[in-house]
Structure formats: C-alpha cells, structure tokens
Design a protein around this ligand. Sequence first.
Ligand SMILES: C[S@@+](CC[C@H](N)C(=O)[O-])C[C@H]1O[C@@H](n2cnc3c(N)ncnc32)[C@H](O)[C@@H]1O
Length: 233
Amino acid sequence: MYGIPAEYYDVAYSSKNYEREAHVIRRLIGERRPGAQALLNLACGTGAHDLHLSRYYEIDGLDLNADYLARARERNPRGQYHEADMRDFALDRMYDAILCLFSSIGYARTLDNVRKTLVCCRDHLVAGGLLLIEPWLTPEQWQPGQVHVLNAERDGIKVCRMGYSALQGAVSLNPCQYLVGTEHGVERYEETHEMGLFTVGEMHEAFAAADLAVEYDPAGLIGRGLYIGGKKD
Ligand SMILES: C[S@@+](CC[C@H](N)C(=O)[O-])C[C@H]1O[C@@H](n2cnc3c(N)ncnc32)[C@H](O)[C@@H]1O
C-alpha cells in the first residue's frame, strides 16, 4: 500500500493530466446523467480530480489514507472526505455519480471484494445514477519480471521510483522503492502494491451480480479502459 507522503505522491504523478481527465468525466456525466450535482470519488487519493470537478459539482471523497485525505480537503474544502474502505462503506448521502479512477479498483484484490465494492456503490447511487470505474490491467496485460522506472520533478522536489512486476495467482505484485530528493537531503520509501487482475468478462459478471447495468469503453481516460455502470431506474 501507499507509504509515500501526499506531497511526494503529487510530484510522482505531476505529469498526469487530471484536468483533461476531469473534462472527459464531465462530458460523460453530462451525456448520461444531465443535471447531476452530487459526486463521490472512491479511493480519491489526494483529490487531484476533485480539484477540477468541484468547479461543477459537489464532490465528496473516500480513501483509506488519512494523509491523502488531508490534501484532498485542502483542494476541495466544500467536500466531505471519509477515511473508509471502498469495499465496505456506509455514508449518509446518495450520489448522482460515483467515480473510482486511476485503477484503484485493483486494490479490492479479489472479485468477491469488487462485488462488495459495487454493491456499496449501488446502495449510494440514486435511481439512474452513474458509476465510472477505471480498471487496473487484465491478466493478459500484466507482464511479470519487468522493471519500471519513473522519474518526476516539481517545485525543487525530485522523485525516482523503481518497481518490479511479479504475479501471485490473479494478483499483480509491484514492490516499489522511492528516492525523494529535496533541499533537505534524500529520503527513501518503500511500497508494495497488490492489485487484482480481472478480465472484462469477470468485471461484467461483477456488475451484473450487483444488479448494475454496464458498458465497457476499451479506451477510457488514459487507455486503461472504463466501465460505465448505471443503477437501474
Ligand atoms: C492509484 S491511487 C489513486 C488515487 C486517486 N484516485 C488518483 O487518481 O490520483 C489509489 C488510491 O486507492 C486508495 N485505496 C487503496 N485501497 C483502498 C480501499 N480498500 N478503500 C479506499 N481507498 C483505497 C489508496 O489509499 C490510494 O489513495
């Protein structure tokens, strides 16, 4: 799970175009759920999408990481942010649309947990509400035995991440080490990401089991695909 502080997470992903993604999400919501007002961002991280979406919607968020939630609250002070598990949450608000982006659904790890997450989402959607889930990779796409390097820099902070891809059953393992350089010196962090690899067919079955309609867009926001689910009227 995530061991890197929020500030460095944002540097590591500073080349990700959250503003453009928010624009695509807004277009999708506008087409399928015009008049939507209340959104929930599951596994919202540091609220980088919320920063842009909050110009148009009331957007709340949920994540396991308290440090990331603190950053999300700064970015979207009107939002309600909850330290909770997407696989089992109960909020006292219903939403027009729920988002789960940047492959966060993979952290559910198992298909049973994906189904539990989808049921929780269904129970927090108004009739006709929209569920946008950007998946992690499929079993065919994950290539074990690879080394990945990411280098990023912003505001004088340099982040270098090196990760290794491994496989355990239907779960991708991605142990990563970070070096973070600032004016104070160089620090080291470690994370291991364990994420479930699900086929498109398995995801369709999970939506059906949660009594949600679903369409799959293979391109999605960044080429990883997008499940566009809906709560039946
Ligand atoms: C790849 S990050 C994505 C964050 C954000 N959506 C973004 O686009 O930058 C994955 C996030 O999922 C959160 N997460 C992982 N497992 C979770 C769970 N079971 N419930 C809620 N959040 C979870 C992590 O804390 C992390 O913030």
